[in-house]
Each structure stands twice: as structure tokens, then as C-alpha cells.
Design a protein around this ligand. Structure first.
Ligand code: ADP
Ligand code: MG
Length: 383
């Protein structure tokens, strides 16, 4: 288990200095997939798995990084930073670059990174690294970076140094998450509301398919293009429309349906998924978990059959749970083509579910299914 003391000890043994330590969590998203880059709504929460970044000042202009997961060192001069093929340093260097671009001075520093967010599983370990780095450097160099800037710096770092044109949801959830709460975030205005997550006898289980199909990036970019195409067509009659956020199903019926059936199906999903975020919120507030579970299943159906960003493994897991009344719903979480499914499972059925589903999954796909039980937790903070 990672603790403040374990990080402190490790840091001191490597860098012979006392660090400032920041924790930034991974995130889940209850519902609202592919809505963030369409300026719509999402419903994420920060989780009890996090990235830890420890930092101390140096007397020279060097950035010296050590990643526990890779047992690797990366060093570069502060005035020579650029994206590297090594990959993991990019999420840190991208943040340094953004801070420098804002004219905030950063000197040389030592940085140690460890964490228990599984990498590349769709729990946004990358956003956690970015947000933790931003707050750690802000504290170390007394930059007073406002809290709302943390997700923005993280998002830009991911765009420029990791090459992923992500929305702002992940960094926002990592920064502003709160224990026992989900965040209903308007990705256009960045206004947000906390909604209590009262699960009352149920728990959130993530089933990690342990696959990430390579066609993901291409398909992701194609979907972004299809959304743009639909907006252009809708704008011909409704010039006030800025992006998918402003589009209704009736507008799509009128302006897109007869022109391109595929673009119609894809974009209708986005409109309906955004509506489901509002519905899911109301169900949570009313304590109607059964209806929330239904929203999850509808979302997965849309992701799989309409938006076409699922895969055989995720579809199998979501189909499998439908036979159990103890599982209220499930869907693939994240950008798509693998990663984790999120499941709403009755507490006393968790062990039985794992016992039933794991061997079946292995028999079908020849891969282990990893089970991750998550709780909501607080956002980015200094330890
Ligand atoms: P996700 O954000 O879904 O976990 P990504 O592919 O976006 O997946 O980001 C994962 C990458 O983030 C890793 O490959 C690694 O480069 C970096 N990363 C995340 N956590 C750590 C960590 N604890 N130590 C070093 N690098 C990390
Ligand atoms: Mg990521």
C-alpha cells in the first residue's frame, strides 16, 4: 500500500531531500460518454486509487524524474524540455511546458512518481499525473495556480505532449472530485454541481477487459469528424447552433437523417447520451438505483450499436450481467474499444459475480479479467 511515509522514505533515499507530496486520484464516469468533447454533460467521480507526486527543489536547472512503476530515471535541462519517446515523462514535462508558457517561473526540481491507478485501463491515470504535477509544482515554487487552472493545464499538457485531444472531464474530476459525491459537469461552461452518490446496499465494480483495441484512435477521430459534419448540416437552417450540445433529435431528423444514415445514428447517440446524464442525476437524487442501472444499459447499447465504439470483450461482459437481478446495470466506460466496464452490483453478490464471470471470460477470450472495486474519494490535494 502506498502511504505518505512510504513515498517520503523512497524520495529521501533517491534524492536525499524532504519532499512536498501531492495526491491526485483516478476517476470513474457514471454516465455521459463522448459528450465532453461535444460540450455536453458528464457525471464522473474521483476514486480511491491515485497518483502520488513528490517534489523538491534543486540548485541547478535540471529536472530529475524517477518513476517507481518503470524503475526508470529521466533527466533533462529545464530550458530544453520537449516531448520524449520514453512516453511516461511527457505527462510531467507537458505540465512544466504549460506552466512556463504562462510566464510562471519554475526552477530545477526532483520528482518521484508512484500510484495505484491501473495504467491505460480508462481510469485516467494520465490526468491524475498531470493534476498532481501541476499542484506539486505550484506548491514547490509558490506559484499560487488557481484551482480551476489545474484541469486546464492538465488538458493542454495531454494535448501537446501526449498527443491526445481529450476533453476536460478527466482532469476536472481528478481535481474537484469529492468523497461520496459525483460531479455533474457542464463541459461548456465548466459549471458543476455535486450530487450525493448514495448506493444503499450496492457497490461499483469495474471489470477490466485488459484489452485496448488499436483502432480506437482512428475511430475516435472519425466520430469527432462525424459530429462536426452533422453540426454543419444543422447550421444551414439553425445558424445559432455552435456544436452538438445545441442540437436536438428533431434537428437531426430534419437536417441529417436523409443525407447520411450513419452520421445520423452516431450523432443521435450523442444527443441521447447527454440527456441520459440529466436523467441519471435525477434517478440518483431520488435514490432510484434501478432506473440508474437502466440508464447504464441504454448507454452501453448506444455505445455498442449506434456509436460503435465497443468491442467483443466489453459487449460480452455487459451481456453476461443481464441475467442477474443483483446487477442493476453495466456499460463500457471511457473512450471505447476495451478498458473497463462499470457495474452496479448488490454488495452481497460481488463475490458470486466474480466467481461466475471470471472463468467464463477467460474461457472465451484467453485473458484474465481484473476486478476493481472502487469508492469515491477526494480530489487533488497536498498530503
Ligand atoms: P489512462 O489515462 O486511461 O490510465 P493513458 O494511456 O491515457 O491511460 O495514460 C497512461 C499513461 O500515463 C502511462 O502509460 C504512463 O505513461 C502515464 N502514467 C500514469 N500513471 C503513471 C505512474 N504512476 N507512473 C508513471 N507514469 C504514469
Ligand atoms: Mg488517459
Amino acid at each position: 500500500m502506498i502511504t505518505k511515509e512510504s513515498i517520503q522514505n523512497k524520495f529521501t533515499s533517491i534524492f536525499q531531500a524532504e519532499p512536498i507530496i501531492v495526491r491526485s486520484p483516478g476517476r470513474i464516469n457514471i454516465i455521459g460518454e463522448h459528450t465532453d468533447y461535444n460540450d455536453g454533460f458528464v457525471l464522473p467521480a474521483a476514486i480511491d486509487k491515485a497518483v502520488y507526486i513528490a517534489v523538491s527543489k534543486r540548485d541547478d536547472e535540471l529536472i530529475s524524474l524517477y518513476a517507481e512503476d518503470y524503475k526508470a530515471v529521466y533527466e533533462i535541462s529545464l530550458n530544453a524540455i520537449a516531448p520524449t519517446d520514453l512516453h511516461w515523462p511527457n505527462y510531467i514535462l507537458g505540465v512544466v511546458d504549460q506552466i512556463q508558457k504562462r510566464g510562471l517561473l519554475v526552477g530545477g526540481f526532483n520528482l518521484y512518481i508512484d500510484g495505484d491507478v491501473p495504467l491505460g485501463a480508462g481510469l485516467s491515470s494520465s490526468a491524475a499525473v498531470e493534476c498532481a504535477t501541476t499542484l506539486a509544482l505550484s506548491e514547490l515554487f509558490e506559484l499560487n495556480i488557481p484551482r480551476l487552472e489545474i484541469p486546464k493545464i492538465g488538458q493542454l499538457a495531454e494535448h501537446t505532449y501526449a498527443g491526445v485531444k481529450c476533453g476536460i472531464m478527466d482532469q476536472f474530476a481528478s481535481t474537484f472530485g469529492k468523497k461520496d459525491q459525483v460531479l455533474k459537469l457542464d463541459c461548456r461552461s465548466l459549471e458543476y454541481e455535486y450530487v450525493p452518490l448514495i448506493l444503499d446496499g450496492y457497490t461499483i465494480i469495474l471489470l477490466n477487459t485488459n484489452v485496448k483495441h488499436a483502432l480506437g484512435d482512428t475511430a475516435y477521430n472519425k466520430r469527432v469528424e462525424q459530429c462536426k459534419q452533422a453540426i454543419d448540416w444543422v447550421k444551414e437552417k439553425y445558424p445559432e447552433v455552435v456544436n452538438m450540445r445545441d442540437v436536438s433529435v428533431s434537428m437531426l431528423d430534419e437536417m441529417v437523417k436523409d443525407r447520411d444514415a450513419e452520421v445520423y445514428t452516431k450523432t443521435r447517440f450523442v444527443v441521447e447520451e447527454s440527456e441520459r446524464v440529466h436523467e441519471a442525476c435525477e434517478h440518483l437524487k431520488a435514490g432510484n438505483l434501478k432506473a440508474l442501472g437502466q440508464n447504464l444499459l441504454e448507454s452501453h447499447h448506444g455505445l455498442s450499436q449506434e456509436y460503435e465504439v465497443s468491442c467483443a470483450e466489453s459487449d460480452y461482459l455487459v451481456d453476461f450481467i443481464k441475467q442477474f437481478p443483483e446487477v442493476l446495470g453495466a456499460r463500457q466506460m471511457g473512450g471505447g474499444f476495451g478498458g473497463c466496464t462499470i457495474n452496479l452490483v448488490k454488495n452481497n453478490f460481488v463475490a458470486a459475480l466474480i466467481e461466475k464471470i471470471s472463468p467464463e471470460y477467460f474461457a472465451k477470450f484467453g485473458k484474465e479479467l481484473t476486478v476493481i472495486q472502487v469508492k469515491t474519494d477526494d480530489g487533488t490535494s497536498v498530503l
